[in-house]
Design a protein around this ligand. Structure first.
Ligand SMILES: Cc1cc2nc3c(=O)[nH]c(=O)nc-3n(C[C@H](O)[C@H](O)[C@H](O)COP(=O)(O)OP(=O)(O)OC[C@H]3O[C@@H](n4cnc5c(N)ncnc54)[C@H](O)[C@@H]3O)c2cc1C
Length: 310
């Protein structure tokens, strides 16, 4: 990666994950000078493979990102730059200036935000080291790899019931773990009808060899043998960048994201010249396929705007 003072570009893309690189590829193929700035923390780097991305199914994420960077670098009008955008502002002429955390500044006539999100889940001992392997948030991404194991679902209330019933596609031995919180009678009945077990005991942690999971351990000293754990996860903006630039964020959504950047069907944020794609935006459910698709839309929308000169 490189990156110096490069003057006014057509577009700055913040983030070189699936969304940002897809946006950049679209822009450079429209012959737009594009600076991609990336801090190198793509969300799924912890996972062994990408589940469910056509053409790349089960490919190690780092390999996918390296291939994306190589594809981009074949075009003359792109520059990939390692760094973190600390601040952004829209100037009076409509262009954008970004300031890196090391003080560098860059400018462009348009901007695509593709910074991904912070995935947060309950911090119980034994979860972080298994995250993306036997502990995961998305059954469509990782369910296949742990099919037919006894599985736990760590979540409360209706979200937990929904997650546990959904997980039956991958195993018929599912236990909803509420970690001390109690379910309503209606929820208990739904689980019973669906053949899902319930354990409401407080949990002290999870155990197992390496990245594998063997059991959930309870505060009363008991344990439950499980080979995988689906955990309710909430996505948060990684920084205040979108807000600083005047984009609107959503209110909390009980299922998944809080603070997603509001965009229309063409990834426009409502701030002229500012687009948002991938996990960080409302347009998509979090997944690699959706990130690639929305990145493409953002790149195309920015290129059309640049060509039209507004
Ligand atoms: C553990 C895990 C496993 C997953 N597995 C799968 C799977 O198997 N299949 C699937 O479809 N989906 C999977 N997902 C979801 C998938 O990874 C995301 O939907 C996808 O990565 C979103 O792409 P993105 O480009 O929006 O964000 P990211 O991939 O997170 O990329 C954003 C990039 O922007 C950078 N960035 C952020 N802020 C700044 C800044 N201020 N300045 C510069 N750079 C910045 C970040 O460092 C990062 O490199 C998984 C998620 C997790 C957490």
């Amino acid at each position: 990666m490189q990156g110096n003072d490069i003057g006014m570009r057509d577009c700055i893309v913040v983030g070189a994950g699936a969304a940002g690189m897809s946006a950049a590829l679209t822009l450079v193929r429209a012959r737009r000078s594009t600076l991609v700035i990336d801090a190198g923390q793509q969300s799924n780097l912890a996972a062994a493979g990408i589940g469910g991305l056509l053409g790349h199914d089960r490919r190690p994420p780092a390999e996918f990102y390296a291939a994306g960077r190589a594809e981009l670098m074949a075009y003359p009008s792109v520059e990939l730059c390692r760094g973190e955008v600390a601040h952004g502002v829209q100037e009076d002429d409509g262009s954008f200036t970004v300031t890196f955390s090391d003080g560098r500044r860059e400018r462009a006539r348009s901007m695509v935000l593709a910074p991904g999100m912070n995935y947060r889940y309950p911090q119980l001992p034994g979860m972080n080291e298994r995250w993306g392997h036997s502990v995961f948030h998305c059954p469509f991404c990782h369910g296949w790899e742990v099919s037919d194991r006894p599985m736990g679902v760590l979540a409360e209330g209706a979200v937990g019931v929904h997650g546990a019933l959904n997980l039956r596609a991958w195993s018929d031995r599912i236990t909803l773990l509420t970690n001390g919180s109690e379910l309503t009678d209606q929820h208990r009945e739904q689980l019973a009808v669906g053949g899902v077990s319930l354990d409401e005991r407080p949990i002290t942690g999870f155990d197992g060899p390496g990245a594998e999971l063997r059991s959930a351990v309870f505060a009363d000293g008991g344990e439950l043998l499980i080979g995988a754990l689906l955990v309710k996860t909430t996505l948060y903006q990684r920084s205040t960048l979108a807000r600083d630039l005047g984009a609107s964020l959503t209110e909390p959504d009980e299922m998944l994201s809080v603070e997603a950047i509001k965009v229309d069907a063409m990834t426009r944020t409502g701030v002229p010249g500012l687009y948002a794609a991938g996990d960080a935006a409302t347009s998509v459910p979090p997944s690699m396929a959706a990130a690639v698709a929305s990145g493409y839309l953002a790149g195309a929308a920015a290129a059309v705007q640049l060509a039209a000169g507004y």
